[in-house]
Design a protein around this ligand. Structure first.
Ligand code: SF4
Ligand code: SF4
Length: 483
């Protein structure tokens, strides 16, 4: 029987591209590479305008702290270094490279000189770090740091192939078309973590991928395919751990705290590419779909490529777009710029017309149907949380565990009263997070040695919503991973 979790719901999957083979995008005229495509410190460009760069060359490095380097995804000249919007609305530095069309590889890109079975854990971590790999399911947590934090702590390696968000089929196609690379990536991660077993979790709406993996594994008991019930949000890490292990992850804890570590299928692919070929993370698979797209496709895209190039490769637009989404329709982020770049976390580009946009302009009214409570996978009371937030009653929202919300969107999707529940919940979480940071800063300032105390202690301010974006102490789980 297919494994599952409590709560959640079945939603129309709209997997229109499930039979669309991955096609390579012809090289774009230019790429615009944001200096932060991961959770952690931003990179600082190590190239300047006018420099010739080669495909795979490092163009941005993290000076200190958690983070991943950024590499050129094409060869060409650095045309511009400028501030521009990232997918989350923050202004960050982008390095723009004019493509020379030559695809000249950087000479540093070489297969690792040792056989995979002879590489040590430290070497794997170093390769993954230098390759700039971050979680590709949307969370973008640096993979090397996830491996490091799991060392000697976890017993269960889980590969997340649930891909439970509607429309997205990028992982599904990768499993069908490159199963060997993904399996080899899993073996490398097993070696790094010193584990003898791994599980690949796939929803039962991908039976062809399940069969393909089982064929490739040929009865191996080292890697097992686990069939999950198709239900949203099956790909959320907490739901996956519960479905597979029967363990409820307590609030504020990470999978490693209960002996589990979870990687996305495409991340495994990137790990294999880095170790076997020396190739850093410079491209990814993107599903381009939505009712405005003429010919929905799965496309292999160099990072930094403008969305518009991918959309044009899919035949262009056939209707006036109302909303462009980076990621899935449930947890993705709406964009306002059709020329925004594809980054390490872009699993999909979805373009919807007016008829697919919810009527949030109608007055919202809770009719106390209880659907949101029945379906919440975190067993929260979304209707109460939304009401508390609406009244700025943040302490009450906190007391009712608003911080446990994984922002899966199940409640809003299912609400007959069209209450924008998740938006209210985000407002409360933003306020509480900012207030906690302000309190911690005030405490740290009051504990400084006397010389430093000459300066007046920073007054606790009423936190602004933007503060949540300025993640100062990032940790795995800061985003709602799991697609
Ligand atoms: S689903 Fe909507 S209408 Fe029903 S209880 Fe929840 S908030 Fe109210
Ligand atoms: S968005 Fe939060 S409150 Fe709503 S169903 Fe998901 S976890 Fe529950």
């Amino acid at each position: 029987m297919a494994l599952t979790f409590k709560g959640g719901m079945h939603i129309d999957d709209h997997k229109n591209t499930r039979r669309c083979k991955i096609e390579a995008l012809p090289t774009p005229a230019y790429v615009s590479l944001p200096m932060s495509q991961h959770i952690g410190a931003h990179c600082v460009p190590c190239v300047k305008v006018g420099d010739q760069v080669y495909k795979g060359q490092v163009i941005g490095r993290v000076e200190s702290g958690l983070g991943c380097p950024v590499h050129a995804s094409v060869s060409g000249k650095v045309k511009e270094i400028k501030e521009a919007n990232a997918a989350n609305g923050m202004k960050i530095v982008h390095v723009v490279i004019e493509n020379d069309g030559c695809n000249t590889l950087d000479p540093s890109i070489q297969p690792y000189p040792k056989r995979i079975q002879d590489i040590t854990t430290e070497e794997i971590i170093e390769i993954v770090k230098n390759a700039g790999i971050s979680g590709m399911g949307g969370a973008t947590f640096p993979t090397y740091a996830k491996i490091q934090s799991a060392l000697s702590k976890v017993q269960h390696l889980i590969i997340n192939c649930a891909e439970c968000e509607p429309y997205i089929t990028a992982n599904h196609r990768l499993l069908l078309e490159n199963p060997a690379a993904i399996i080899n990536g899993i073996k490398i991660l097993m070696k790094a973590l010193g584990l003898r077993h791994a599980e690949i979790a796939v929803e039962d709406n991908k039976l062809d991928a399940i069969n393909k993996l089982e064929q490739c594994l040929a009865g191996s008991d080292i890697i097992t395919v686990r069939v999950m019930k198709t239900k949203y949000p099956q790909g959320d890490e907490r739901q996956l751990i519960y479905a597979l292990k029967g363990i409820e992850l307590p609030q504020g804890k990470l999978p490693a705290d209960v002996g589990c570590v979870i990687f996305n299928a495409e991340t495994c692919y990137a790990v294999f590419d880095a170790v076997a070929h020396g190739m850093p993370l410079i491209e990814r698979t993107v599903t381009c779909d939505g009712d405005c797209i003429k010919t929905p496709k799965n496309v292999r895209v160099p990072l930094g490529t403008p969305y518009l190039d991918v959309i044009n490769f899919c035949g262009g637009l056939r209707a006036q777009p109302k909303k462009i989404v980076n990621g899935g329709p449930m947890m993705g982020i709406a964009q306002w710029d059709i020329t925004a770049p594809v980054t390490k976390g872009t699993s999909a580009i979805l373009v919807f017309s007016e008829k697919n946009d919810l009527n949030y302009h109608l007055p919202a009214a809770c009719i106390r149907c209880g659907r949101c409570v029945a379906n919440c996978p975190m067993h929260l009371m979304p209707n109460y949380l939304a009401a508390f937030s609406q009244k700025n009653a943040y302490d009450e929202a906190d007391a009712n565990n608003v911080m446990s919300c994984v922002e899966c969107g199940t409640c809003s999707y299912n609400c007959p009263g069209q209450v924008p529940i998740v938006q209210y919940i985000r407002k409360a979480k933003t306020y509480l997070t900012a207030r906690k940071r302000a309190q911690q800063a005030a405490l740290a300032s009051s504990q400084k040695p006397p010389a430093a105390e000459n300066k007046p202690a920073e007054k606790e301010k009423s936190p602004k919503p933007e503060m949540q974006k300025e993640s100062k102490k990032p940790k795995e789980g800061d985003t709602n991973a799991g697609k």
